[in-house]
Design a protein. Structure first.
Lengths: 446, 403
C-alpha cells in the first residue's frame, strides 16, 4: 500500500500530516521554524534557479537581498504596434532590469491560484505559471516530508477552500491547476477535501456523542464555513457549506491602507501623482516589489531634493529599494496577531533611512475591519440558514485558522451561538490533521 | 488622520478595556525613551556641527583619502585622470625585487629575473653571495620580496619610520658576489638606532591596520587612518612595553586576517587581528632566552613553513594554527623539549603556497633558492652553514615579472 499524506496548502502557512488509524502525526517539515510542524507558504527562487521554502526561504532572502546593491540595465522586452489615423508604426519596448537581483521571493501562492488576472510571473529567464509555482512548492514539501518519514509518498489529500472563487469556472480551474501541480510534483494519486470538513474530522476525534457543529475556518486567504453532523462516522453529514474571500491578508491590507500609508505622506502631503501611484501600490504585495525602477528612484530623489516631505519619501525609497517589503508586511501581520491577545501593540520598522512607529490599539483595529465583520456575519448566517438549522440547534462552533482568534470574530460567534459553544482548536494543525485522517480513510477504502 | 484623533482612539481602547491602558502607557513610555535618546544624539551632532568638530573630522578624512590617492598615483606612476581608468588596465606588469637588509640599514636590491630564478634546476639555485660581516648587532640580515614599483617603510628600533621607493635603491647583479660595504644605505640609522624591519606600503588604502610586533612578543595595532600623521611625524612608536625590548616587525593587515608569530625556541602563536588591542600588549609568555623570529599574516590555501638553523623544515596546515584562550599564552610547541635541549632553534617561518619559492640565507652568505613544495616534501634543506634567515618569493610575483 502506498503512503498517503494530508497536505494543507495554506495561504500563509502549510503543513503535512500522516494518520496511522489511531494517531495523527504532524511532520516537522520546517526544522528552522519556531513550530517545525508549520511551514510558511513562501518560496524563494534564486537567479541560478535554486529553490528554498519556508523559513529557509525567508532567511536566504534576507541574507541575499536586504540593503543589497542594484545595477539596472536596459533590456529589450518586445515591440508594440502603434496605430494612428492613417499611420502604423512599430516601436521597441525596453525595460530596466536589476541584473544584481539574486532571487525572487514568492508568497500567497494559493491566492494566486484563484486570481483570474494572475497567470504567472517571469523569474529571470524562465516563465513560471501559477501551476509551476505550486508544483515547485509542493515537490519541495514532498521531499521534506519523505526525508522525515524515510519513505516515498505517492498519494495526497490536499485541502481546498469551500470556494476558491465565487465564479464556478474559476473555482474549477484553480482546483485543477492545483491537482496538476501535485501530479507534477510526484504525487500519483491526488484528491481533495474541503478545509472546514478536514477540520471537522480532526475535531470529531475528540467527540463522544453526535452533535451539530459549525466549523469556522478563518485563515490567511479565505473564510470557510461548514455546518455538519459529527460524532459518528456513519451518520456524519454536511448540512451546508459556504465561504467568502475575506481573511487575514485583507486585514493586513486594511491596516496598511488606514494606518501605515500616512508614514509615507499619504493624506498629509500633496505628492506628485507618480509618487501617489507608488504609495497606492504599497498595500499590494504583488505590485510593491515591481516599483524598484530607476525612473521611480529618479522621481523620488527629485522630490527629496525639492524638500517635499523628504523624511517620508526617503522612507518610501528605503522601503522600495532596500527590499524591505517582505519585512514590512511581516511587521504588519505580527501587529495584527499581537492584537488577538493584547489591547495595543506597536507596528514598527527601523532600517536604513526608514523609521516607522505606529501604536495600534485593538479598538482601532476593530474599527478598521468592522465592515468585514458585517460581511462575515452575513455569510455565516446565510450558511446556517442554508443548513436548515436554527442557531440554537448548533451544539458547537469550532474555530480554526489564524484569523479565527481575532477577538472581534470570536465575540461575534459568542453573540450568535453563546460563549460556551465556541470551541478552540489548534489554529495551524486542525485542517492538516483532518486531511491526514481523510487520506488514511480513502487509502484504506481503495 | 491627525495625532489628536489617534490619541482619542487610544483613549477609547483604554475606556473599553481598562487593562489595555497599561500596555498603551508602557509602549508610549518605551517610545519616549527611544526618542529622548535619539534627541540627545541629534543635539550632540548639532553641537559637533556648530563648533566645527565634525568639519575637522571630515577634513581629516578627506586629507587621509587624498594621501591614499597620492600613494596610489606614485605606485602606479600615473596621474589622477589615468587612475580612474586603472581597473581596466593590467596593473601587474611590473618586475619584482628582493631586498636583503641588515640592522645597520644596508640594503641590497636584486631584480628577480624569472628565467634566472626558475630556469634550470631551481631546487638549489644560488641567487648570489654576500661577503662581509653577516650578523651585525646580534641581528641576522632579513629578506623581503616586493614589486619593483613598491613604496617601502623603514622602521627603526627607536620607533622612527621613513618611506623609500624601491626603485630608488640601486640594484645588484643576480648571481654575483655582493659586499655589505657596497650596499645601498637609503636611510642611515641615527645614533643608537638599528633598522628593525622593512615593510611594503602601497596597499595601505586596502588595509585596516598597521600591526607591530616586538622581539618579546608585544603586539599593537594602529588604524591606517593615522597613516598621514605617522608618516608626517616619521614616528609610529616602538610598540614594546619593556625598555630592553625592541620592534621586530611592522605590517599592514585587514580586520579579518590572522596574525601568526614564531619564536626562536619553537613556539607558534595565532591571533585574530580584529581582537588585538590598540595599545601594546604582551601576547606570549616567553622564557628569558626566547624571542620572536618571524611574524606574518596567514591566508587561506597557504600552509605554514618553519625552518631551523640546521635546515630542518617543519610544515603545518594553516588551519592547525590555534587561537589562544588566554591573553598571555605560551603558544603551540613546534618541536618536542628533547630536541630543544639538543640545541635546535628556529630561524625563520612564513605562510607559503606550494608554488612559491623560498630563499635561504646561510652563515656563509649564500642565498639559495628552493621550491616550497620540494622543501616541505623533503623535510630539510642542505645548507653550507647555519641558516640565518629565509624569504619568500611568491609565485605570482615571478609570473608578474615574466609578463
Amino acid at each position: 500500500m502506498s503512503l498517503k499524506v494530508g497536505i494543507d496548502f495554506g495561504t500563509s502557512n502549510s503543513g503535512v500530516a500522516v494518520y496511522d488509524g489511531q494517531h495523527v502525526k504532524l511532520l516537522p517539515v520546517d526544522p528552522k521554524n519556531v513550530l517545525p510542524e508549520v511551514i510558511k507558504t513562501v518560496l524563494y527562487i534564486t537567479r541560478d534557479y535554486r529553490t528554498y521554502l519556508g523559513q529557509e526561504a525567508v532567511e536566504t532572502y534576507y541574507r541575499d537581498n536586504v540593503n543589497r546593491q542594484r545595477r539596472y540595465v536596459k533590456q529589450w522586452a518586445g515591440e508594440i504596434d502603434v496605430y494612428g489615423a492613417d499611420m502604423h508604426y512599430v516601436r521597441d519596448i525596453f525595460v530596466y532590469v536589476d541584473e544584481l537581483k539574486p532571487g525572487r521571493l514568492l508568497q500567497y501562492l494559493k491566492t494566486a491560484l484563484r486570481k483570474d488576472n494572475y497567470q504567472g510571473t517571469q523569474i529571470f529567464e524562465r516563465y513560471y505559471s501559477v501551476g509551476d509555482l505550486a508544483k515547485t512548492y509542493l515537490s519541495l514539501l514532498k521531499q521534506r516530508a519523505e526525508n522525515v518519514l524515510g519513505e516515498t509518498i505517492d498519494a495526497v489529500t490536499l485541502g481546498r477552500p469551500v470556494k476558491f472563487s465565487e465564479h464556478p469556472e474559476q473555482d474549477h480551474k484553480a482546483q485543477e491547476t492545483l491537482r496538476q501541480a501535485a501530479h507534477e510534483a510526484g504525487f500519483k494519486d491526488v484528491d481533495f477535501e474541503l478545509e472546514p470538513i478536514a477540520a471537522a474530522l480532526d475535531y470529531e476525534q475528540s467527540m463522544t456523542k453526535s452533535q451539530n457543529v459549525v466549523i469556522f475556518d478563518f485563515g490567511g486567504g479565505t473564510l470557510d464555513i461548514a455546518v455538519m453532523r459529527l460524532g459518528d462516522s456513519k451518520s456524519r453529514k454536511v448540512y451546508a457549506s459556504g465561504g467568502v474571500d475575506i481573511a487575514g491578508s485583507d486585514f493586513d491590507r486594511t491596516i496598511i491602507e488606514k494606518r501605515m500609508l500616512a508614514h509615507f505622506g499619504y493624506g498629509k502631503v500633496k505628492h506628485h501623482p507618480e509618487i501617489m501611484d507608488m504609495i497606492h501600490a504599497i498595500p499590494d504585495w504583488m505590485a510593491l516589489p515591481e516599483l524598484g525602477t530607476p525612473i521611480n528612484r529618479n522621481i523620488l530623489e527629485k522630490a527629496i531634493q525639492a524638500k517635499i516631505a523628504p523624511v517620508r519619501l526617503k522612507a518610501l525609497e528605503s522601503l522600495i529599494y532596500n527590499d524591505l517589503a517582505f519585512t514590512f508586511y511581516n511587521r504588519v501581520e505580527a501587529g495584527k496577531i499581537a492584537l488577538s491577545n493584547e489591547g495595543a501593540t506597536v507596528i514598527s520598522l527601523e532600517d536604513k533611512d526608514i523609521a516607522l512607529w505606529e501604536l495600534y490599539a485593538r479598538a482601532q483595529f476593530e474599527s478598521d475591519i468592522y465592515h468585514y465583520l458585517i460581511d462575515v456575519e452575513k455569510v455565516l448566517l446565510d450558511t446556517i440558514a442554508k443548513s436548515g438549522l436554527e442557531p440554537g440547534a448548533i451544539d458547537a462552533v469550532v474555530k480554526t485558522g489564524g484569523s479565527s482568534s481575532i477577538p472581534l470574530f470570536t465575540g461575534m460567534l459568542a453573540r450568535i451561538f453563546g460563549k460556551e459553544k465556541v470551541k478552540e482548536s489548534n489554529s495551524f494543525s486542525s485542517v492538516v490533521a483532518g486531511l491526514a485522517i481523510k487520506a488514511h480513510t480513502s487509502s484504506v477504502v481503495e | 488622520m491627525s495625532f489628536t484623533n489617534k490619541i482619542d482612539e487610544w483613549m477609547k481602547e483604554a475606556e473599553e478595556r481598562p487593562e489595555s491602558a497599561v500596555t498603551i502607557v508602557r509602549l508610549i513610555a518605551r517610545r519616549l525613551r527611544e526618542l529622548t535618546e535619539r534627541d540627545e544624539e541629534l543635539l550632540a551632532e548639532n553641537i559637533a556641527l556648530q563648533n566645527g568638530t565634525r568639519v575637522e573630522e571630515y577634513q581629516k578624512r578627506i586629507t587621509h583619502l587624498e594621501y591614499q590617492l597620492e600613494l596610489l598615483k606614485r605606485r602606479f606612476g600615473v596621474d589622477g585622470d589615468t587612475l580612474v581608468e586603472l581597473p581596466t588596465k593590467p596593473v601587474e606588469s611590473t618586475t619584482s625585487s628582493m631586498l636583503i637588509y641588515n640592522a645597520q640599514g644596508r640594503v641590497f636590491r636584486v631584480e628577480l629575473n624569472p628565467r634566472a630564478v626558475s630556469g634550470g634546476n631551481a631546487d638549489t639555485k644560488e641567487l648570489g653571495r654576500i661577503t662581509g660581516e653577516m650578523v651585525t648587532d646580534h641581528e641576522p640580515p632579513r629578506l623581503l620580496t616586493v614589486p619593483s614599483n613598491e613604496e617601502i617603510v623603514l622602521l627603526f628600533t627607536s620607533g622612527r619610520v621613513d618611506t623609500v621607493a624601491v626603485s630608488d635603491i640601486p640594484t645588484v647583479e643576480l648571481g654575483g658576489a655582493w659586499d655589505w660595504a657596497q650596499a645601498a644605505l637609503p636611510n642611515e640609522p641615527r645614533a643608537g638606532e638599528l633598522l628593525a624591519c622593512v615593510t611594503p606600503f602601497s596597499h595601505l588604502p586596502l588595509s585596516d591596520f598597521f600591526l607591530q610586533v616586538s622581539r618579546r612578543g608585544c603586539v599593537k595595532k594602529t588604524m591606517t587612518s593615522m597613516a598621514q600623521s605617522i608618516l608626517s611625524n616619521h614616528y609610529i612608536g616602538k610598540g614594546a612595553l619593556q625598555k630592553s625590548d625592541q620592534p621586530f616587525d611592522l605590517m599592514l593587515c585587514k580586520k579579518q586576517e590572522r596574525l601568526a608569530f614564531v619564536t626562536y625556541e619553537g613556539h607558534l602563536l595565532g591571533l585574530d587581528v580584529d581582537d588585538l588591542s590598540y595599545a601594546s600588549e604582551e601576547r606570549i609568555r616567553l622564557t628569558a632566552t626566547d624571542y620572536v623570529v618571524a611574524s606574518f599574516t596567514t591566508r587561506p590555501n597557504e600552509s605554514l613553513l618553519f625552518v631551523t638553523q640546521t635546515g630542518k623544515v617543519v610544515h603545518r596546515e594553516s588551519k592547525s594554527l590555534e587561537l589562544p584562550k588566554s591573553a598571555n599564552a605560551k603558544g603551540q610547541t613546534l618541536i618536542p623539549p628533547s630536541r630543544l635541549e639538543q640545541g635546535v632553534r628556529f630561524m625563520g617561518a612564513a605562510s607559503v603556497k606550494d608554488s612559491d619559492s623560498v630563499v635561504v640565507l646561510d652563515a656563509t652568505g649564500r642565498l639559495k633558492l628552493y621550491e616550497a613544495e620540494s622543501m616541505t616534501g623533503a623535510g630539510s634543506i642542505a645548507a653550507d652553514g647555519l641558516i640565518l634567515s629565509i624569504g619568500i618569493i611568491p609565485a605570482d610575483s615571478l609570473k608578474r615579472a615574466a609578463s
